[in-house]
Design a protein around this ligand. Structure first.
Ligand SMILES: C[S@@+](CC[C@H](N)C(=O)[O-])C[C@H]1O[C@@H](n2cnc3c(N)ncnc32)[C@H](O)[C@@H]1O
Length: 583
């Protein structure tokens, strides 16, 4: 679960507060969720809850429990094998983020296929569909949205804000649905029961949520929050409360290859608590077996074998970040101090791979990265202290790297070449600072650089295929230091490397880096094909864990490619044998 998508909204102009002078008390909010939950059993620290709106989506292997530490959560009742899609459901609402509106169908979220074009709604001209069937199926929900978008666009001060952001569109869809179903419907109960932190918001969060509240009022075409009673919202405070629930409980909607394309709301999946070292992941694997109209399907897949009475935990944030940054993000958006196994790990003997530099004496050991507060750091193997000057170089590199990452990410789709220049130029600074490849933001920059090179590979002859493969290899090895076997991020990176190794070598331009004995990766000819096959087979095995049996759409593609390469290797081997026998 991540809320990067809301950043867009946060950065917009802030409006006057709508919040009532008499906010709902925490007890009132708590009571509203307890009335729908019946305690049915109890253990020493947790008690099982039977929640009517959750029962249909939960298999018998798990149950909802309440704990004093992290509230409600989902727990294993029996042994569960790793790679099990323990929960599989369709979110109540899913919407595309604005830049993706023309590239994916707004009903089934399939991408615009090459050679075909999505059909645009002729009225709002904003949503697109892959077929008339998808458009018709979405019309019930899109109807009120369509006129609201048209009005929003007509009143927009400039083209940059001509389409309401995904948070506004998502809340709009949710509220129209609740209005139609009524307050007694299980969906309405489920939404009301999601956790809110309205009473403990920081000033900046309160301000951004108030801003969203203003936008919602404008989008729904009511003149004040008091007119929202037909949506089950009785006051301005309740509207802000609703938005707080939304912020805490929204998921990033991703493609089968994990690109973020929008946001989804599922109160059942939102019952899962957080760990920076999770034992499960939330993915949208898609597969050719399921009918398109049923997509997107959210799956919670276990990453390791679970014992009975273990809590199922996913990560709400990107766990490539070092502890301080993870804790700050979780505190700001989710209002808790994380005490997971990763956050409480002792790094005095082995440094955190997310925050390390190589030993200044090059003994083969590593030092924890210095920070503004702790500048003195020494190699954990040989004890060599990092000089103050070198600590300054590292701190500068991290700061410049983060700036380059933010800037390049914003240019990624609009000007990939400029983004690539930015992330390439920072490499020298990083090399001087001795950051390890898995240290933040080094890894994020390498991943972005690799993904930009892949995008540009087919159109720009300056991009070297072998260099792209080498970078992809660096990403895979750094991700292996951070993620367990089968984690979808790692599995997708391995599949990407395997796929790159299958690209026709003859398409390679003059190598940008001279081949040296130390630089023999990737190999060429049949050795390369064999490595590609081995990598794809490994990727498939990991995809089958992180995305569940079959590995989702990427699993299917990877398996197909592995089989094709296997045939190619066989043809090549037979060819060589024939030549040898004819001699
Ligand atoms: C998406 S909800 C998870 C379900 C929530 N526990 C409930 O009862 O509805 C996220 C909220 O759960 C709580 N939470 C999740 N993980 C936690 C953790 N590891 N430690 C403490 N609180 C946690 C925080 O209050 C957070 O804002």
């Amino acid at each position: 679960m991540s809320f990067t998508s809301l950043k867009q909204v946060r950065n917009q102009r802030r409006l006057k507060s709508y919040v009532d002078s008499q906010p709902l008390s925490a007890t009132e909010i708590l009571n509203s969720s307890i009335e729908i939950a019946t305690v049915t059993a109890s253990s020493s620290s947790t008690s099982a809850l039977k929640i009517d709106w959750a029962q249909d989506d939960l298999p018998i292997s798990v149950e909802v429990r309440q704990s004093s530490h992290d509230g409600r959560g989902i727990w294993a009742k029996q042994k569960i094998k790793r790679g099990t899609p323990v929960i599989s459901l369709k979110p109540y609402v899913s919407v595309l983020s604005t830049p993706n509106l023309a590239s994916y169908c707004s009903k089934c979220f399939s991408p615009n296929e090459e050679g075909k074009s999505l059909k645009r709604c002729s009225k709002c001209r904003v949503l697109h569909y892959c077929s008339a069937a998808c458009q018709n199926a979405d019309w019930d929900v899109h109807k009120p949205e369509c006129s609201s978008i048209q009005r929003w666009t007509a009143e927009a001060p400039n083209a940059a804000v001509a389409v309401p952001g995904e948070a506004i569109r998502c809340i709009g869809r949710l509220l129209w649905d609740l209005q139609k179903k009524g307050s007694d419907h299980l969906h309405s109960k489920a939404i009301r029961s999601m956790e809110s932190h309205r009473t403990s918001l920081s000033t900046s969060s309160a301000s951004s949520q108030t801003h969203i509240a203003h936008s919602i009022v404008k989008y729904l075409r009511v003149s004040s929050p008091l007119e929202l009673s037909e949506y089950g919202i009785g006051s301005a405070a309740e509207l802000v409360d609703f938005i707080s629930r939304f912020t805490v409980n929204t998921f990033t909607l991703t493609t089968p290859s994990l690109s973020s394309i929008g946001i989804s709301i599922s109160p059942v999946a939102a019952l899962i608590n957080h760990s920076c070292e999770p034992n499960a992941v939330i993915v949208f694997p898609r597969s050719s077996q399921s009918a398109q109209m049923d997509e997107p399907v959210l799956k919670v897949v276990t990453l390791r074998d679970l014992d009975p009475n273990e809590e199922i935990l996913t990560s709400y944030i990107d766990t490539v970040l070092p502890r301080d940054q993870r804790q700050a993000l979780l505190k700001e958006t989710y209002h808790f101090t994380c005490q997971c196994s990763l956050c409480t790990r002792d790094y005095s003997a082995t440094p955190d791979p997310r925050a390390s530099i190589f030993c200044p004496k090059k003994c083969g050991g590593m030092c924890p990265i210095p920070s503004d507060d702790v500048k003195i750091t020494r190699c954990l193997k040989c004890g060599q202290q990092l000089s103050e000057k070198s600590a300054g170089v590292v701190l500068d590199a991290v700061r410049l790297g983060q700036e380059a990452l933010d800037k390049a990410s914003s240019l990624e789709t609009t000007d990939p070449m400029a983004a690539l220049r930015l992330v390439t130029n920072i490499q020298t600074t990083f090399a001087q600072a001795n950051l390890t490849p898995s240290t933040h933001p080094s890894l994020s920059l390498t991943r972005l650089r690799c993904s930009l090179m892949i995008t540009l590979l087919s159109t720009n002859p300056q991009i070297s295929l072998n260099e792209t493969i080498r970078l992809s290899g660096i990403c895979v090895s750094a991700l292996r230091d951070l993620y367990p076997e089968g984690h979808p991020v790692r599995a997708i990176a391995i599949a990407e490397l395997g796929k790159l190794l299958t690209v026709d070598e003859s398409s390679e331009s003059t190598p940008a880096v001279a081949e040296t004995p130390l630089n023999t990766f990737p190999p060429s000819g049949v050795k390369r094909l064999r490595l590609a096959h081995e990598t794809l087979t490994k990727a498939y095995a990991e995809l089958e864990i992180g995305f569940g049996p079959g590995g989702g759409l990427i699993g299917l593609e990877t398996l197909k490619l592995a089989r094709e390469i296997d045939q190619e290797i066989n043809v090549w081997t037979r060819g060589v044998r024939n030549v040898l026998e004819n001699r």
